[in-house]
Design a protein around this ligand. Structure first.
Ligand SMILES: Cc1ncc(COP(=O)(O)O)c(C=O)c1O
Length: 394
């Protein structure tokens, strides 16, 4: 098998043979050669319906012709100058128009966006600690893990949040509006609105991490549905159209503290790089005209089919999770309390059936505008049947 052979070479070069841990699965991950629309193709000659979508960015599917064209045109005219380009303004104006973000900074990854928004909150608020939720993921940096300066509370628990914030020692509370890295966990009615009220009451900045949810459920960051205004917002994945680009932004009086208008250093050779910017800009122009109702419809179809398994399923437009348990899943401990260990059996069975699931139980299944109803029917019926079989197995 070519993937097996490539993995042996890769293992001598990269820790665990990969450049990001969730890409690994034993005995070796499939190496992907190309993608088109909702399909990806590995080096071993197999075709898959892609339900991973690169962990979220590829909402238009792979190799969208207009996005490819914009990347090619940009490439022919140079890809990096260390000086501003007009396209940065065009992309930023689209973001500003469709959100509450007044001022923003482009960076290269979601991790950078959350790291710098948290640094900014500490600089602005002059308090040392950060609060996040259990099962929330914001990238691999010091603020993502509990420590002397980082505490955690349960998602959907307002009382716990208020109890913590009373001490007035937290600069920021960072939260995904829909959890996407513990499977999909939806906010309960009123949760995000209460989070806004309580954080304001105790002088803690509210950072909404929209790296997964931004422009996925409609042409806006998810929090816009709740009519609230966070202090800072992070965007990633979709806004780069499959190239590395992420954004942090929010209220102008906070953002102005970044150099050169303020004193907080934050810089990057590749920040706002022209190639990522044109891919993001073209993707956003296409999405602006898309009917998200179609994405909602196929996601609901997937949901109904998965529900037939009798197991827990959570859904938001373009994203869903099947949990190997029964009942509702509303917080991280519900996810942990499931037959998680059986997930890789499901993953491999689906791989054999030509369906590429996220290779980890905690990751979200994503759908794109390229998936057909037929893709959804086939993929989700296969998942549903196998999950039910695994669940019943002792
Ligand atoms: C909600 C959230 N925030 C931040 C990140 C980090 O983004 P990146 O992987 O681009 O660094 C991720 C990545 O999956 C994410 O899901």
């Amino acid at each position: 098998m070519d993937s097996e052979r490539l993995f042996k070479r890769a293992s001598k070069l990269f820790p665990g043979g990969v450049n990001s841990p969730v890409r690994y699965y034993a005995p070796y991950p499939r190496f992907i050669k190309r993608g088109k629309g909702a399909k990806i193709y590995d080096v071993d000659g197999n075709e898959y319906i892609d339900l991973l979508l690169a962990f979220g960015p590829m909402i238009l599917g792979h190799a969208n012709p207009s996005v490819v064209k914009s990347i090619c045109e940009r490439t022919e005219n140079g890809t990096l100058f260390g000086a501003p380009t007009e396209e940065e303004i065009k992309l930023a104006e689209i973001i500003k128009k469709s959100s509450t973000i007044e001022m923003m900074r482009f960076v290269n990854s979601g991790s950078e966006a959350t790291l710098h928004s948290l640094r900014l909150s500490i600089f602005f608020n002059r308090r040392k600690k950060i609060l996040k939720v259990k099962g929330g993921y914001h990238g691999t940096h010091i603020f993502n893990y509990p420590s002397e300066t980082v505490d955690e509370v349960d998602f959907n628990s307002i009382d716990e949040l208020e109890n913590k914030l009373r001490s007035r020692e937290y600069s920021a509370f960072i939260v995904e509006p829909v959890l996407g890295n513990a499977g999909v966990i939806n906010p309960e009615d009123g949760y995000l609105e209460s989070v806004r009220d309580i954080t304001s009451r105790y002088g803690t900045l509210l950072i909404i991490d929209e790296v997964i949810t931004g422009y996925r459920t409609g042409f806006f960051p998810f929090y816009m549905r709740k009519k609230i205004e966070p202090d800072l917002v992070t965007l990633g994945k979709i806004v780069g159209g499959g190239l590395p680009l992420a954004i942090y932004g929010g209220k102008e009086d906070i953002m102005k503290n970044i150099k050169p208008s303020g004193a907080l250093p934050q810089a990057g050779t590749y920040s706002g790089n022209p190639l990522s910017v044109v891919a993001g800009l073209e993707t956003m122009k296409i999405l602006e005209k898309k009917d998200y109702g179609k994405l909602e419809k196929i996601t609901k179809k997937g949901y109904e089919i998965l529900k037939e398994s009798g197991l827990s399923v959570n859904i938001e437009t373009g994203m869903l999770s099947l949990f190997l348990r029964e009942g509702n899943v509303r917080k991280f401990s519900d996810v942990v309390n499931s037959k998680k260990e059986k997930f890789m059996n499901l993953f491999f069975k689906m791989l054999d059936a030509g369906i590429y699931l996220p290779p980890s139980y905690d990751e979200t299944i994503f759908l794109s505008f390229s998936h057909s109803e037929k893709d959804v029917e086939y993929a989700f019926s296969s998942i549903s049947e196998e999950a039910r079989r695994l669940w019943k197995e002792p």
